[in-house]
Design a protein. Structure first.
Length: 354
């Protein structure tokens, strides 16, 4: 079995971060989202990965390389425009050949793994095995209707009036039967080749499509709130490490990871938190659920529940919370006293009140 990771989207809902950084590379617990995706794939025993990429192909390839660091072999497949998930499968057909495959969206996180679903697929005999989860508002998702035996009866992409609360998640197991379905469908109302339409074609032609309810943690990283929530989930299982230079006037909570080369000076890191190599934290308080990347500077500040990317600086900020800072962003004290919540793009510079 192979894997197909779809990473060609533009991530418009995560702007301004995604203007210069593909959202599939946004760091969670200081590792790119795609690194977490590849770990999930490797854990189900798949080592051959087709990576569908678009405008950000160069950046993704620079970060992931040939995949060997993650225990997989990556083949990059170029999609010249985001024409839908089924179109991405079409682009990858020659790579996939006659193999079954795990399709995984590059902006979805499954930290609890897919081992149970993989076993159900291998033993179930279906042409496709989908993962679903109950959601409060299914309208932004593909919506799945099941019979009592777990067979799929109907799929609708983003229906205005859903008949089910089961959302189609960003991972599924497929057989080569899906290729005929992709050939048979036409673009939907959004002008894209929808995977839900291809799966519905399989159902309509009498092919068995099954689904199971995923009970683990799942997150579709659409916006900054999703980034923060996913970061919190991953930090809960962070492996503590006391690397770097931590002076005698600093204190660290039990779930804090400090990478070699970082310096902690007269500061308190409550955790769970992670601090990247080369970062300096001085006279500051790093509160729970905060990831600080490499080569950052935090001085005279308090930071909580935030993702701070490589090279960012925070200086003299009384409390920065629930924020996502892009690479090389600078946040510093200004002249007024108000609260602040920030999502800053790469190389941004913002003055905050004090």
């Amino acid at each position: 079995m192979k894997a197909l990771v779809l990473s060609g989207g533009s991530g418009t809902r995560l702007r301004p971060i995604s203007h210069s950084l593909p959202k599939q590379l946004v760091p969670l617990a200081n590792r790119p989202l795609l690194a977490h995706v590849l770990r999930t794939i490797h854990e189900v025993g798949v080592t051959q990965v087709g990576m569908v990429v678009g405008d950000h192909a160069v950046q993704i390839q620079q970060v992931l390389g040939d995949g060997s660091e993650h225990g997989v072999a990556i083949t990059y497949l170029r999609q010249d425009a985001p024409r839908g998930l089924a179109d991405a499968v079409r682009v990858a057909r020659s790579y996939l050949g006659a193999d079954d495959f795990l399709l995984h969206l590059g902006d979805n996180l499954f930290p609890d793994g897919l081992a149970t679903a993989a076993a159900e697929f291998h033993s179930g005999g279906a042409a496709a095995h989908l993962l679903v989860q109950k959601v409060a508002d299914p309208r932004p998702y593909g919506v799945v209707e099941l019979d009592r035996m777990g067979r799929v009866e109907r799929l609708v992409e983003k229906p205005p009036q859903p008949r089910s609360n089961l959302a189609l998640l960003g991972a599924c197991f497929l057989t080569p039967a899906v290729h005929a379905a992709v050939d048979a469908i036409r673009p939907g109302r959004r002008g894209e080749l929808e995977l839900t339409d291809a799966l519905q074609w399989l159902v309509d032609t009498g092919t068995t499509v099954r689904a199971s309810e995923y009970t683990g943690y799942w997150r579709d990283l659409a916006g900054s709130d999703d980034v923060l929530a996913a970061n919190r989930r991953l930090l809960e299982s962070i492996t503590p490490h006391r690397g770097g230079d931590i002076d005698a006037f600093s204190a660290l909570g039990p779930r804090v990871r400090v990478e070699p080369g970082a310096r902690i000076i007269r500061s308190y890191l409550a955790g769970p938190a992670v601090v990247g190599a080369g970062t300096v934290i001085e006279d500051s308080h790093v509160d729970a659920y905060t990831s600080i990347g490499r080569d950052c500077v935090v001085r005279g500040s308090e930071v909580a529940n935030s993702v701070v990317m490589d090279g960012a600086e925070i200086r003299g900020v009384s409390r920065l919370t629930d924020s996502v800072l892009g690479r090389d962003a600078v946040i510093e004290r200004g002249e007024r006293r108000f609260g602040h919540r920030i999502v800053a793009g790469d190389h941004g510079r913002i003055e905050v009140p004090w």
